[in-house]
Design a protein around this ligand. Structure first.
Ligand SMILES: Cc1ncc(COP(=O)(O)O)c(C=O)c1O
Length: 408
């Protein structure tokens, strides 16, 4: 019998036969409520009929129509749709397959568009697992250990502690740290871009506090440094706006999209301003599968679902319901230190890592609810159900947490 690689960690031993909506069914017929959604990927739930139909229709017309060879008939419609839903000024799109590939692409574009070598990232961020993306990742040492040497030219700026007593002072301190970096490590004339997750994902589901991204953006505009928003995890409606960056008063030059944008079909898109993309040397970047027509079909169908009337209002309502329930549990049962929310990107910090993992285990073993931790310290449990999750399903998850907190 052949082996599956040892490099994959396994968070559950489940063998899944199928998925529908927020539910997974195992090969032995047990049902599980999925509040991980493929790590914030199954935005429209498992196997949404519209997405399935779009992929099937496209599969019958062509599985792979390579974009260097041909222009297939979904490329332009998808670019037009992305133009409609991305921040003002972003009007030019490159397609690829995964989050790491799109953050790599962002840095390659930024280097050629500015003629500058360096990139600034923020403490606690995660940008992927390729060598450049690893070098840009500081959410946990496991992602980098044993892989040196990593590419150079990456500088790490502070991200504010959002639970500091004086949050304004904390934001000022982090912005001062950014200024120091520009004065001592990477001069503006050497700095191509900053790449930032508006909500740290693997770093603990931490929304940037008010004023921080605005301060970074102002510095970028002053120095001609490109502002790249990594919306791989926080984008595609997860925060109840199309992009997490839409919650802030900033003008990104480049935006990285993946995960939820195609409901689980491997697809990622880089959005940029045309004058930047015009400086990206044709042929100096690309990829065999980028712009795959089935991926484009999945993305178009997903965007139709996300942009339906009232959809994002429902996402906000479910996020509010979940957060209110968590606050009630915090008051009634204790064990929860902090709760963070932006739309349906919700996290609860438990008092210690042992409590967090006991809660996840109890919810799984006793209530068939799938949860996952995030962050360096292991205290945060993140909630990232499909965006189509129902009111009853949120209640079910909250009841599972209540049972866990009473029993552990
Ligand atoms: C913000 C962010 N960027 C990039 C990535 C990398 O995405 P992928 O795993 O598709 O390469 C992730 C994955 O979790 C992510 O959360």
């Amino acid at each position: 019998m052949a082996n599956l690689s040892n490099v994959w960690t396994k968070l559950t031993g489940l063998e899944i036969a199928s998925g529908e909506g927020s539910w997974l069914t195992t090969t032995s017929g047990e049902r599980y409520l999925d509040f991980v959604a493929g790590i914030a990927v199954n935005s429209s739930g498992h196997s949404h009929p519209k997405v399935v139909e779009a992929i099937a229709n496209q599969a019958a017309r062509g599985l792979h129509l390579q974009v260097n060879m041909f222009t297939h008939d979904l490329l332009q419609p998808l670019a037009d749709k992305l133009d409609e839903i991305t921040p003002a000024g972003i009007d030019t799109f490159f397609f690829t397959n995964s989050g790491a590939e799109v953050t790599e692409a962002a840095v390659k574009l930024a280097k050629q568009a500015t003629g500058r070598p360096n990139t600034i990232v923020f403490q606690g961020s995660f940008h992927g697992r390729t060598h450049m993306a690893m070098a840009m990742t500081t959410s946990k040492t496991i992602y980098r250990a044993g892989y040196a040497p990593l590419p150079s030219g990456i500088f790490v700026a502070p991200f504010p502690d959002v639970h500091a007593d004086d949050i304004d002072a904390e934001v000022t301190k982090a912005l001062d740290g950014f200024d120091v970096l520009l004065e001592t490590n990477t001069a503006p004339s050497e700095t191509a871009c900053v790449i930032v997750e508006p909500v740290l994902g693997e770093g603990g589901y931490v929304p940037a506090p008010p004023g921080f991204l605005e301060g970074i953006d102002a510095r970028c505009k002053e120095h001609g440094i490109l502002f790249v928003a990594d919306e791989v995890q926080s984008g595609a409606g997860r925060t109840a706006k199309m992009w997490a960056i839409d919650h802030y008063d900033v003008r990104p030059d480049v935006i990285c999209m993946a995960k939820g944008i195609a409901s689980g079909f491997p697809f990622a898109a880089l959005g940029a301003r045309k004058e930047l993309d015009d400086k990206w040397t044709p042929g100096s970047h690309g990829g065999t599968y980028g712009g795959n027509p089935m991926a484009c079909a999945a993305a178009l169908a997903t965007i139709e679902i996300l942009t339906a009337d009232g959809f994002l209002d429902d996402v906000q309502a479910r996020g509010d319901q979940l957060t209110a329930g968590l606050r009630q549990l915090q008051a009634d049962r204790g064990g929860i230190a902090n709760i963070r929310q932006l739309g349906l990107m919700v996290a609860a910090d438990f008092v210690d890592a042992a409590t967090a993992s006991a809660v996840v285990k109890h919810a799984f073993d006793e209530s068939n609810v799938i949860l996952m931790t995030t962050g360096r310290a292991g205290v945060a449990v993140r909630f990232m159900p499909p965006l189509t999750v129902s009111e009853d399903e949120i209640d079910l998850a909250l009841r599972a947490l209540d049972k866990a907190l009473v029993s552990i």
